[in-house]
Design a protein around this ligand. Structure first.
Ligand code: XIL
Length: 658
């Protein structure tokens, strides 16, 4: 009977444990590095059998360049280590140093707090343990704390990670975020982003002060529950009392699958003792965490922030019953816009854009700095690949291309070859700016490889979606008829534009229109340079048209010269005798301030432009504005677009749909 009771009791215990079972992951690194371990800084985690705690190999953290964050991180999310989940980690560490020091398990983000620590003598296996419930959604880092070990390679082995039950989550029906900082009762969820000594405290000016900074990124930060695709209005005041003036940046740190990335959203120069305002509009990307923070100054500048506001826009996009630009001009040319950042993640916003426009350009996401895969280029050469191997990646533009394909709208590609927004390493041997520039032959091979891959991938995955491309952007120098001096002219020579068009023609789907795109074509000398360049491309039969960028300022742009510029360029004939194709590729027209009088002047300006464009309707493929709403324009300070920050039509819109 007693035995039977014990069995019953044992069954009961087993059953109740099963309900709240821990997940245990053991890593002995005998067969490789599991995918949950990711590189931090310059350190490349690899398996080594130089030393081992058990078995014959261990995880080796090498290539450390002198920072304690050259380390290895554990992708917390991948193991179910979320906020509030009880977690235990134990591991053995062996540091390749003759000196003693401190090794830690720490948060790889947020406040970078230490979760577990151990003092180890050098070159001896020492056990380190940590037991914690994360209070911020961050990865876990295994790193040295002692600075004398910043270059020391180290090994980890026989790691056991025990993850408990996640706390119950309640389905939230949160109202839209409407946050205003309030430091009357404490730091209000703000903390110091720092791996060192920085800390925050409330001041008697109702501000939050950061002291003990040792790096410019040490900053007051706070986690915000942003919703992908939603638009947020941000503002904050910043003040410092140490220097005559200091630059500050309002930034966001976001992470996806454990890897953190950053965007700068606004900047200001704060004069000594003056509360200075920064404002921005941010469309939330597809990330797991979002931390707003204020950084800048010198590494040790102390400063305060206050009145931080983050409000979700709950507006309804557009306005019911207004005419549609694409319909108004349907008989004459396409009407389009540029979409950039995370705008495409908001279906309502995109539905509004689609109601107005039928052709779209990626504002940044198809430029060389988005599509070149720098890390993979370097890796391929290191692994013995030849210098001309170019690696590309397409994550940045897939959301817009998917959306265009699903909705049957056209894309104009921007841009294959440009001196700007192109990583400098592209022009150097081994893809390292420490090495000399490559030869003309290697650069041409890289150019061809890049153009081939971008055009082939887009044709295969999005057939018919990209109807035209800016093959080369801004090659002519300002105020001159010569080519701009750039790495392209230095490495390849004056014919780099011709070669780019040759390759683009070779790999573009038949019928794709190929454009040369530039600005300030109303400058007489530059206009001459643009025409000479177009003529040389026409002679080779590789170009279809010219794109007038058209970034104007209402009170400075002389319409007389704009008209002459159009007349001169429109006269050019292609090799087959037909008139050159034209497009307005990046139209915006800035004003000094948001006043009624300026809005009226802007409306007249847009109206005059449209009248000019109508004269060339036969040759004109498309008119595209460079953005739709003023607050998301690259020139947001000059309110240059057709819709205001609330996405309502401005007088300029009505002027051109009449
Ligand atoms: C601009 C983008 O709009 C910005 O977001 C980016 O920071 C810089 O580039 N001429 C061009 C465009 O051909 O690619 C530029 O776009 C604006 C000037």
């Amino acid at each position: 009977m007693k035995k039977f009771l014990i069995v019953l009791l044992a069954m009961f215990v087993a059953l109740s444990c099963a309900a709240a079972e821990d997940t245990v992951t053991a890593c002995d690194f005998e067969t490789g590095v599991p995918a949950q371990f990711i590189q931090s800084g310059s350190a490349a985690p690899a398996v080594s059998n130089a030393v081992a705690h058990g078995g014959s190999s261990a995880l080796h953290v090498k290539n450390r360049s002198g920072n304690n964050w050259d380390a290895v991180d554990l992708n917390a999310k991948a193991l179910g280590i979320d906020v509030g989940v009880p977690t235990k980690i134990s591991a053995w560490v062996w540091v390749d140093s003759e000196e003693e020091g401190t090794f830690v398990i720490a948060k790889a983000g947020g406040d970078y707090a230490t979760l577990g620590s151990v003092t180890c003598p050098g070159r001896e296996w020492t056990e380190i343990t940590a037991e914690f419930n994360l209070d911020q959604p961050v990865n876990i880092r295994f790193q040295n704390l002692s600075e004398n070990w910043n270059h020391a390679e180290y090994y980890l082995d026989d790691m056991v990670i025990t993850v408990g039950e996640a706390p119950e989550t309640v389905e939230s029906t949160e109202p839209p975020l409407d946050y205003a900082s309030d430091f009357s009762a404490g730091t209000d969820g703000w903390y110091a982003r720092s791996a060192g000594t920085a800390s925050v405290s409330v001041t008697d000016e109702q501000g939050l002060l950061i002291v003990g900074r040792t790096d410019t990124w040490n900053s007051p930060g706070r986690d915000f529950p942003l919703v992908t695709g939603k638009t947020y209005q941000l503002s904050v005041l910043v003040k410092q009392d140490q220097l005559d003036s200091v630059g500050f940046i309002l930034s966001i740190a976001h992470s996806r699958d454990g890897s953190e990335s950053y965007e700068n959203l606004a900047t200001c120069t704060a004069r000594k003792g003056e509360w200075t305002l920064m404002q921005a509009t941010y469309v939330a990307g597809r990330y797991d965490t979002h931390v707003f923070y204020v950084e800048g100054g010198h590494a040790d500048t102390e400063f305060q922030i206050k009145d931080f506001v983050c409000t979700e826009q709950t507006l309804k996009y557009g306005k019911a019953g207004i005419p549609s630009l694409k319909d108004v001009y349907a008989e004459y040319f396409d009407f389009g816009t540029a979409v950039t950042g995370n705008e495409v993640l908001d279906a309502d916003r995109m539905a509004f854009y689609e109601s107005q426009f039928n052709i779209f350009t990626a504002g940044n996401e198809m430029k060389p700095d988005s599509l070149l895969n720098v890390g993979e280029c370097i890796k391929a050469v290191r692994q013995g690949g030849d210098q001309t191997v170019v690696k590309v990646k397409f994550e940045s533009c897939i959301p817009l291309l998917d959306w265009a394909q699903e909705n049957g709208v056209k894309i104009h590609g921007h841009t294959l070859v440009w001196h700007s927004q192109t990583p400098e390493m592209f022009f150097h041997e081994g893809y390292s700016i420490k090495n000399p520039l490559v030869s003309r032959e290697v650069m041409l091979a890289r150019m061809e490889s890049y153009i081939q891959q971008v055009l082939t991938w887009t044709n295969q995955n999005y057939p018919g979606v990209i109807v035209s491309w800016d093959v080369v952007n801004e090659a002519v120098a300002d105020g001159s008829s010569k080519l701009r001096d750039s790495l392209w002219t230095q490495v390849v020579g004056e014919d780099f534009v011709n070669r780019a068009f040759e390759y683009a023609r070779k790999y573009a789907a038949p019928g794709t229109l190929l454009y040369y795109n530039d600005y300030n074509s109303e400058n007489t000398m530059k206009n001459l340079g643009i025409r000479r360049l177009l003529e040389s491309l026409i002679a080779e039969g590789t170009v279809d048209g010219y794109g007038f960028q058209s970034h104007y300022t209402v009170n400075n742009t002389n319409m007389f010269y704009v008209k002459i510029a159009w007349k001169e360029i429109a006269k050019l004939l292609l090799k087959d005798g037909s008139p050159i194709r034209l497009r307005v590729s990046e139209l915006d027209a800035g004003i000094a301030a948001n006043t009624d009088a300026n809005w009226q002047a802007q409306a007249l300006f847009y109206d005059e432009l449209m009248q000019l464009y109508m004269q060339y309707a036969e040759q004109l493929e498309a008119v595209q504005v460079w953005g739709t709403v003023d607050n998301l324009s690259w020139r947001a300070d000059s309110y240059p677009l057709l819709f205001d920050a609330m996405s309502q039509p401005k007088p300029a819109f009505y002027a051109i749909v009449d």
